[in-house]
Each structure stands twice: as structure tokens, then as C-alpha cells.
Design a protein around this ligand. Structure first.
Ligand code: FAD
Length: 381
């Protein structure tokens, strides 16, 4: 069984901890290690099934992990247990090293906890995940730079897969792939191929919000070949996800609108389809964390010509103290979530754009610094 202490759900969620850390990447784990060293209570909430899910999802297999130190910094890495091998060992080795060290230290990481919201209350914050609530005096946002674009549906049920984990999970079941670009097209042809190999004739539906699909030549060739070889691919142009509901049998379902006719007088005739969510894969891309910061009410500054050197015009940069505290006291942001730049509030209230390299080193260093800041504020009362 994978890390028994992680799977244990019998934790008193409502007991207030000093720090709730969102994300078990290098930044979040550095926070946890530093918090444990300083005697602060904490919990790490990771939406994935594994530690370092962000790296697991984004690095190609066998990729060498470089222990790069950003320009202007001298190192060394502040947390030995999280330092990539100086010989640039592959990502699989790095992940195994992290898993061993986290287990050895018995860090309090809760997997499959997808962070949704923070609510401020009298003695701190309530962190809301899809699965429950956690109470904390401080929150560190260490969720990296790739925030999945929301499906934007109404209703209770919202969790759909973002990639094709195992094609066999969809054999024998019609499956809906959402998205109009290469990632979705890849999943459509891979799944169709797997279904043909298993002599499964159930369709792969490919739905996109607009009429146009934007895919490159190579991906289009693979898809065309798949259709010619007999793949049962059905294209749904103008397919709009509408509602996530739990049906009378307790099954999470996604309802998409496939057609809409205006009948006049404000009356619309809508047609749709409903799929069990476990057979929906939404390849609809990722975005930076700016919309999440907006939702949480964290102050950002919009780059205009002359103000930013690193951030592009129109980009919004989060406002942070030198200890990575945001405009809401007790909420911190670190690592990939503040790259490639943020605005530092300096002494005397001056604002200064700071370059922030999206590197493992930077995430770890930020995590340590943020927790030191929390510890110092706690002492100061
Ligand atoms: C292809 C690739 C290669 C790279 N190679 C290198 C390299 O060789 N050396 C190097 O130094 N850097 C490299 N980087 C950059 C490095 O991976 C990042 O700088 C680093 O992972 C940032 O750490 P982080 O903890 O801030 O974020 P992440 O590593 O992204 O971790 C964030 C974690 O938060 C979780 N999360 C996200 N949303 C939620 C939510 N709502 N609720 C709960 N959890 C959530 C994610 O699942 C993830 O596990 C590479 C990046 C990429 C994409």
C-alpha cells in the first residue's frame, strides 16, 4: 500500500494547524520540512495521487533533472532531501528519492485533496478542498504555475480527468474527450487505437466549444489514419459543457449542450448529451494562477509599459513581501505560482518588480523563507 500514513483519512480536519500548504511539489515539501524542523504544525494538501504530481505530469519519462541555481544566487540548495542529484539523474530517480525521504520524515501529506477556496475567520482560515475542510492559521499557496482551466459547469459534480491515464479504463464505454487542440486530438487517436485493438466498437466522442479545431499536421495525420483504419470517432462541434450532476444512482455525470436553436420570443430548443464523468477527459489546457489570486482577493498589479521589465504588458503580477506574504496577512505564495515575476513590497512601501526563475531551487528556497517568516510572526505575536 502506498505510504500508509498518507492514506489514513482518520484525521481531525477541524483541528487548527499553524500552516496549510497547498501542493506537494518541491516548494510545498520544503515548507513541510522547515515547519517540522521549527516545531510548527502543518498539513500538505496535494490534489494528485502522488507526491510531486506536478513534476510527474509535466516531465517526459527519463528526463534529466538539473539542479540549476538561478543567476544571481550562489546556492547551496537549502533542503538536502529535496536536492536533485548533481549528476543530473533522471526524473524517476528524483521522484523515488523524494518519496523515500518524505516517508522517512513522516511528513503529513494528504493526497487527492484538490484545493478550491480559502475562507477567512476569527482565528485564521478554513481551507476548502473538494473533499473537505482544513483549519489553519496560515496558508502557503505552492500549487505551481499550471492551473487547469475550469470546465465552467454548474452543479455539484465537477471532477473530470485531465489526461488519459489508462486507455483500458474506457474499453467498453463511450468516452468524451473535450478540447480543440493537439492534446485532445492525441488522446482521441490513442484511445481510438486502443479500442480497435480490443475489438471495442463504442465511440470516442470529440467535443469542442467552437466549430474549429486547431491541430498541427502530424497530429492531424495520426487522427486521419485512425479514422481510415476504422476508428469510431464522432466529432461534436459547438459542444458546451453545462452541468455536472449526481444522478439518482449516485453517478457523477457531465451534461454537454450539443445544439441550440432560437425559436423566437426568448424560447430556445437545446439538445445535449450526458456522460458519466469517469468517461470524460477534458484536455482544455492550463493557465497561470492569476484567476485564482483574483478569486481569493489577493492583490495583483497589471504590467504597463515602463512599469515591468520582465512581466509582459497586461500580465498581472502578485504583490508579495520579502517573506512571500501576499496582501492578505497569513496567506503566502511561492515557487512556480509566482514565476516568472512578482512585485515585491519593499521597505517604505516602494514596489519593485522581481524576476523569479521557475526552478526547483527557487521553489525550495521560497518555501523555507515563507515558513521562517511565519515562525517569526508567530514569535512576534
Ligand atoms: C518539462 C519541465 C522540465 C523542467 N526541468 C527542470 C529541471 O531540470 N531543473 C529545475 O530546477 N527545474 C525544472 N523545471 C521547473 C520545475 O519543475 C519547477 O520550477 C518546480 O517544479 C516548481 O515547484 P513548485 O513546488 O512551485 O510547483 P510544482 O512542482 O508545480 O508543484 C505544485 C504541486 O501543487 C499541486 N496542485 C496544483 N493545484 C492544486 C490544487 N488545486 N490543490 C492541491 N494541490 C494542487 C500539483 O499537483 C503539484 O504537485 C522543469 C519544468 C518543466 C515543465
Amino acid at each position: 500500500m502506498y505510504l500508509a500514513w498518507i492514506a489514513d483519512k482518520k484525521v481531525d480536519n477541524m483541528k487548527i494547524v499553524d500552516i496549510a500548504i497547498i501542493g506537494a511539489g518541491p516548494g510545498g515539501l520544503a515548507c513541510a520540512i522547515k515547519a517540522a524542523e521549527l516545531g510548527l504544525s502543518y498539513v500538505v494538501l496535494e490534489k494528485g495521487e502522488k507526491l510531486m504530481q506536478g513534476i510527474l505530469d509535466s516531465y517526459p519519462p527519463g528526463k534529466k533533472v538539473y539542479p540549476t541555481i538561478p543567476k544571481g544566487d550562489t546556492g547551496p540548495f537549502p533542503v538536502k532531501d529535496l536536492t536533485p542529484d548533481p549528476g543530473n539523474a533522471p526524473v524517476e530517480d528524483y521522484l523515488a528519492q523524494i518519496e523515500t525521504n518524505v516517508e522517512k520524515r513522516g511528513l503529513a501529506v494528504r493526497l487527492n485533496e484538490d484545493f478550491q477556496d480559502i475562507k477567512k475567520d476569527r482565528d485564521g482560515f478554513t481551507v476548502v478542498t473538494r473533499e473537505g475542510h482544513y483549519r489553519a492559521a496560515n496558508v502557503v499557496l505552492a500549487f505551481g504555475s499550471n492551473i487547469p482551466i475550469d470546465l465552467g459547469v454548474y452543479g455539484e459534480a465537477k471532477t473530470v480527468a485531465r489526461k488519459l491515464d489508462n486507455p483500458n479504463d474506457h474499453i467498453g464505454a463511450p468516452t468524451l474527450i473535450l478540447g480543440g487542440a493537439n492534446a485532445a486530438a492525441d488522446v482521441v487517436s490513442t484511445l481510438s487505437k486502443a479500442k480497435r485493438a480490443a475489438d471495442d466498437h463504442t465511440p470516442v466522442y470529440w467535443g469542442n466549444r467552437t466549430e474549429n479545431f486547431k491541430i498541427n499536421k502530424d497530429v492531424a495525420r495520426d487522427l486521419g489514419e485512425e479514422i481510415l483504419l476504422g476508428g469510431n470517432i464522432k466529432i461534436l462541434q459547438g459542444a458546451i459543457p453545462k452541468i455536472g450532476e449526481v444522478d439518482e444512482d449516485g453517478v457523477d455525470r457531465l451534461i454537454i449542450q450539443t445544439q441550440e436553436h432560437h425559436l423566437g420570443g426568448g424560447v430556445e430548443l437545446q439538445q445535449g448529451m450526458s456522460f458519466p464523468m469517469k468517461h470524460v477527459i477534458a484536455c482544455i489546457g492550463t493557465q497561470g494562477p492569476s484567476p485564482v489570486y483574483d478569486r481569493l482577493g489577493l492583490q495583483q498589479i497589471t504590467c504597463t509599459e515602463g512599469v515591468c521589465r520582465i512581466g509582459k504588458e497586461g500580465h498581472r503580477l502578485i504583490l508579495l513581501t520579502p517573506g512571500f506574504q501576499t496582501s492578505i496577512r497569513g496567506i503566502y505564495a511561492i515557487g512556480g505560482a509566482i514565476s516568472p515575476a512578482y512585485i515585491e513590497i519593499q521597505e517604505q512601501g516602494a514596489f519593485m518588480e522581481k524576476k523569479h526563475s521557475n526552478l526547483i531551487f527557487s521553489a525550495i528556497k521560497d518555501g523555507v523563507r515563507a515558513v521562517e517568516d511565519i515562525a517569526a510572526r508567530r514569535v512576534a505575536g
